[in-house]
Design a binder for this molecule. Structure first.
Ligand code: CP
Ligand code: NVA
Length: 313
């Protein structure tokens, strides 16, 4: 993994994910270390962030390294300066770049022109750091991944794509409940199905949230309008009206099912207060685990840990 980009979960294998989870569990237990002493990470964001920005900064500090945050106004990716020039300049100063972009193509271009590793800190296409941290949370709560059923209720967005791909690599069953017009693209679905057939999981898509949630171990949702889709918010509220995770829907899941949300949540839209604040909700453990998984990723990519990534890069 050392020196490699992480742009998509599709770049990883099931064994890579298991190793990252195991490293994250170890790093969580160890606290502060010095393995990234002398290393600097640039955190370059075109969109707002609470969890991703803070967890990357704290992760670098806890591993002995440093982080520099570049705000949307400072970056001006492709506007103030060509993406390729930003990549070449940053590569002269820092050891890795965590970037949050609107366009996934900009992220790919950044990686292509950088001589240092680039990590996807969320693009319109994927959110791999979130999915990896989510599997860490599921592993901690359930003791395993393989054979568990995750019901994702809502938009076929960046979070859904990454989570579907990650679940399919680890033997999980992934059920997506989504209006047809907002479904995950066939190319992602087909890749997930093919990976699931090797790992022993199953991937299914339905328009019926009740069908997806019935008997599930994990119920997951995300906002209906992602960052950059604000003008579609009202139309999306209508399209997803039957897809709210409330107590009635959650009651169809297993008795010991957990509720997950990557946050920020739009309370009263995709999830009710009673669910997100309820006893089954693990959303704040989930947010904390962004830190521990980011430490495992940074340690692997910047060379503190040697995690072999089969077929990676
Ligand atoms: N879940 C997540 O990525 O949150 P932020 O947008 O606050 O980083
Ligand atoms: N789908 C959401 C995730 C935020 C972490 C967005 O892209 O805004």
């Amino acid at each position: 993994m050392k020196g490699k980009d992480l742009l998509s979960v599709a770049d990883l294998g099931g064994e890579d994910i298991r190793l990252l989870i195991s490293d994250a569990v170890d790093l969580k237990a160890q606290g502060w270390l010095s393995m990234l002493s002398g290393k600097t990470l640039a955190i370059m964001f075109e969109k707002p962030s609470l969890r991703t920005r803070v967890s990357f900064e704290v992760a670098m500090r806890q591993l002995g390294g440093e982080a520099i945050y570049l705000s949307p106004a400072e970056v001006g990716l492709g506007q103030r300066e060509a993406v390729s020039d930003v990549a070449r300049v940053l590569s002269r100063y820092v050891d890795a770049v965590a970037a949050r972009t609107f366009s996934h193509q900009d992220l790919e271009s950044l990686a292509q022109h950088s001589s240092v590793p680039v990590i996807n800190a969320l693009s319109d296409w994927e959110h791999p750091c979130q999915a990896l941290a989510d599997l860490l949370t599921i592993y901690e709560k359930k003791g395993d991944l393989s054979g568990l059923t995750l019901a994702f209720v809502g938009d076929g967005n960046n979070v859904a794509r990454s989570l579907m791909l990650a679940a399919s690599l680890t033997g999980m069953n992934f059920r997506m409940a989504v209006p047809a017009a907002h479904a995950v693209e066939d190319k992602v679905l087909n890749l997930a199905k093919s990976q699931a057939s090797s790992s022993g999981g199953q991937i299914s898509v339905t328009e019926d949230p009740r069908q997806a949630v019935s008997g599930a171990d994990i119920v997951y949702t995300d906002v209906w309008a992602s960052m950059g889709q604000e003008s579609e918010a009202e139309a999306r509220r209508q399209a997803f009206a039957g897809y709210q995770v409330n107590n009635e829907l959650l009651s169809l899941a297993k008795e010991d099912a957990i509720f997950m949300h990557d946050l920020p949540a739009h309370r009263g839209e995709e999830v009710t207060d009673e669910v997100i604040d309820g006893s089954r909700s693990v959303v704040f453990d989930q947010a904390e685990n962004r830190l521990h998984m980011q430490k495992a990723l940074l340690a692997g990519i910047l060379g503190g840990l040697e995690i072999p990534l089969a077929g990676y890069g």
